[in-house]
Write a protein that binds this ligand. Structure first.
Ligand code: C2O
Length: 552
């Protein structure tokens, strides 16, 4: 194993998009930021210098961070922010994970432009894909990072939705590797073009870094084989369309088996909430076979309709794990801790000073909650420091295992029940014993509106045992659990008006954030954290923080 060292400088970048010049916050002067390319077992040493005007932290999305919680990155959870003109070095080793992950800012809304790919290759250089792809060596790899672009200043956009009764202003474009593509104004020349050779197998590494939307993705006339999700190998899954939720990544094999020509790849939103405003554009890039007549424009794929939940669910429910792959660990067969967590939108009081803009006489703003707890980040000390130094008063350990009452979750009949739509604000964690196994039913509610929440857990992958629509049925739904080869992920899109059941082994001490990866919902409070206590030995105990850990 090697030590891979990088320097990431977060600073202003002047960039032209959609016919205008903008100053954005970006890393090493590029959008997306640099791709970090390592092998399983490598230790990363990443020096981050903050030359931007904003406080910054970086998160290595999906990296397990075993005994290295200090490098995880969510602001005020595992560290205080790196203030302007300061630096912090993230040190962590990547073990037991192969495939595609990514990194992004984990403070305010800065991840809109502060993000990049993180590629983890097998040490041997050979991909342990399942049959019949076991001996396939991709001819080339193409990393694709899907994103979302705002003409508006990103930090202003956040203060808008934090004070309003509505969502954020809608974005101005979706992007592929930072570029909107030929369907958006002034974007034809910047569009990415990938040249491919006929009759080869390519590995596409796709990441959804968009802020507020799941995305459908297609390449005209081509099919894919999904071989990994969230840096975990899957059994081959054949499809011509993908849906990827914010936070998720997918590795795909794709064969250039069509006539020599040019074909567009394209992504547009899967946005299932009725009457919800969203940016309905399509981002594109071109795949050109060598020898294609460059005067011809490419063929466009036909993407699903934005509310096509059945296509989205078919794919996200159809994936299973490749259990013969190296690093596979079986799903826990017994459970120590059972939780049932509702995911809801609601309203909270802004208090006397905050400038709530648009709801009930300026006194309330939109909020979101898990089991009616709307999460508030601390400001004086990070939660992980409070854990390590045993400081009281930063968070409480009373995150409830169940919602405050049982109700018909997927009907809006209870929407006038103030106990359900006005969540409690607080910084509550669920405390877990080292080595315990946890099962969580996550249930979407229709109190204010149903949503499809991409739930992301820091610190470990989880197994997805089952998913469905309507109210979770504790008698019959467990019969559908896949305990043999369930998909293993770090982000699961809990179906709109439905539920998902996950399990994980809590064997990584520290404080781990768990939240909705829709950028509006997390600051609205759709978050929680787990405190996993230290294990019995030094090698199961969180080491002390690095000397340069920023202070608040
Ligand atoms: Cu990708 Cu907590 O984030």
């Amino acid at each position: 194993a090697e030590i891979v060292e990088h320097t990431l400088i977060v600073g202003n970048l002047t960039i032209e998009r959609l016919c205008k010049v903008h100053v954005i916050t970006a890393v090493n002067g590029s959008l997306p930021g640099p791709t970090i390319d390592v092998r399983e077992g490598d230790t990363l040493v990443i020096h981050v210098f903050n030359e931007s005007p904003y406080n910054i932290t970086l998160h290595w999305h999906g990296v397990h961070q075993r005994l290295s919680a200090w490098a995880d990155g969510p602001a005020y959870v595992t560290q205080c922010p790196i203030v302007p003109a300061n630096s912090y070095t993230y040190r962590f080793t990547i073990t037991g994970q192969e495939g595609t992950l990514w990194w992004h800012a984990h403070i305010s809304t800065l991840r809109a432009t502060v993000y990049g790919a993180l590629i983890i290759r097998p040490r041997s250089g050979l991909y342990p894909f399942p049959e019949p792809y076991a001996n396939v060596k991709p001819f080339m790899e193409i990393p694709i990072v899907l994103g979302e672009w705002w003409n508006q200043n990103i930090v202003d956009m956040e203060s808008d939705f934090l004070t309003s009764g509505g969502g954020p202003s809608i974005s101005d474009a979706y992007t592929i590797n930072g570029q909107p593509g030929h369907l958006y104004s002034c974007s034809k020349d910047g569009m990415h073009k990938f040249n491919v050779e006929k009759d080869k197998t390519y590995l596409l590494r796709i990441i959804n870094a968009a802020m507020n939307n799941q995305l459908f993705f297609k390449i005209a006339r081509h099919n894919f084989v999904v071989v990994a999700i969230d840096a975990s190998y899957t059994n081959p899954y054949f499809t011509d369309v993908l849906v990827i939720a914010p936070g998720q990544s997918m590795d795909l094999l794709f064969m250039t088996d069509q006539p020599v020509d040019s074909y567009y790849m394209a992504a547009r939103p899967y946005s299932p909430v009725p009457a919800f405003r969203f940016q309905d554009g399509t981002t594109t890039a071109l795949i050109s076979y060598v020898g294609a007549n460059s005067l011809l424009t490419g063929l466009m794929p036909i993407l699903p309709y934005a509310k096509d939940t059945s296509t989205a669910f078919k794919l996200s429910n159809g994936l299973t794990s490749h259990t013969k792959a190296p690093h596979w660990l079986p799903c826990p067969q017994t459970v120590d801790e059972k939780m049932f967590i509702t995911l809801s939108i609601g309203f909270v009081s802004c208090g006397p000073v905050a400038n709530c803009k648009s709801f009930l006489g300026r006194r309330y703003r939109s909020a979101a909650s898990m089991n009616n707890q709307s999460f508030v980040l601390p400001t004086k000390l990070s939660m992980l420091e409070a854990f390590h130094y045993r400081v009281e008063g930063i968070y409480t350990k009373d995150f409830p295992d169940n919602p405050p009452m049982e109700f018909d979750y997927t009907s809006s009949i209870n929407k006038l029940n103030l106990r359900l739509i006005m969540p409690n604000k607080g910084t509550r964690v669920k405390k877990l014993k080292y080595g315990s196994t946890v099962e969580i039913v996550m249930q979407d509610t229709a109190l204010v509106l149903k949503e499809n929440h991409p739930m992301h857990f820091h610190g470990f992958d989880f197994y997805v045992l089952a998913q469905g629509f309507g109210n979770y049925d504790p008698v019959n739904d467990p019969k559908k659990f896949n305990l043999v080869n369930p998909q293993k992920r770090n982000t699961i899109a809990v179906p709109i008006g439905g539920w998902a059941v996950i399990r994980f082994l809590a064997d990584n001490p520290g404080v781990w954030f768990a939240h909705c990866h829709l950028e509006t919902h997390s600051p609205w409070g759709l978050d929680m954290a787990f405190e996993i206590e230290n294990g019995p030995t030094p090698s199961t105990t969180l080491p002390p923080p690095p000397a340069d850990l920023p202070s608040c």
